[in-house]
Write a protein that binds this ligand. Structure first.
Ligand SMILES: [Zn+2]
Length: 187
């Protein structure tokens, strides 16, 4: 694997990290609240920052709001085993709802996300989800299982989730807020 070249900077008060990778196009993401710019080798960062300024500001503001909200969120305190039981229950519900089959469920401490789903059908849920309220765990599980039908976060993906959650985007915001409350701290 090729080593990454990382650069740090600040765009009008918004801190960011640049990572150079063998990619074709530039990409921006707010990974756990931090702006990260993935650039093809040799490309400058200024142009993309300028072109995406509106999007960056909007996202950044959303994250700032999440940070404030985070402190007032209700917290559960399940054991890891209780979390697993709850997750398995929601996995079964999600399998029925989407008509898919999950091959393996695992609970694991993840550093940068609440959950993941592999193309082979393994759903991984962050062990820190034991602090999340039931309904948020349910959303998290449905989100991951939905990936077995829709790989990318495109409009079909969200439409599918809307059959079970009135406002999936809002749920994503809530998950982000919880990340600031729980996920970004070390336990
Ligand atoms: Zn996803």
């Amino acid at each position: 694997m090729m080593a990454q070249i990382v650069k740090r900077g600040n765009f009008k008060g918004i801190p960011y990290t640049v990572v150079f990778r063998p990619v074709k196009y530039a990409r921006l993401e707010f990974l756990t609240g931090e702006l990260r710019i993935i650039l093809p080798y040799g490309m400058g960062v200024k142009e993309i920052l300028k072109r995406k300024e509106r999007w960056i500001r909007k996202k950044y503001q959303m994250i700032q709001n999440s940070l404030v909200e985070a402190e007032n969120l209700p917290i559960e305190n399940r054991s890891r085993r209780e979390l697993k039981e709850l997750v398995v229950q929601y996995i079964e519900e999600a399998e029925r709802s989407f008509g898919v089959k999950v091959r393996k469920v695992q609970i694991r401490r993840m550093r940068t996300k609440w959950g993941s789903c592999s193309s082979r059908g393994t759903v991984t849920i962050n062990s820190l989800a034991r602090f999340l309220p039931d309904e948020i765990v349910r959303y998290l599980v449905f989100h991951e299982v939905n990936h077995l039908k829709f790989w990318r976060h495109d409009r079909f993906f969200w439409k599918s989730l809307e059959r079970f959650f009135e406002n999936p985007e809002k749920m994503e915001d809530v998950l982000l807020s919880y990340w600031f409350r729980i996920g970004s701290k070390s336990f």
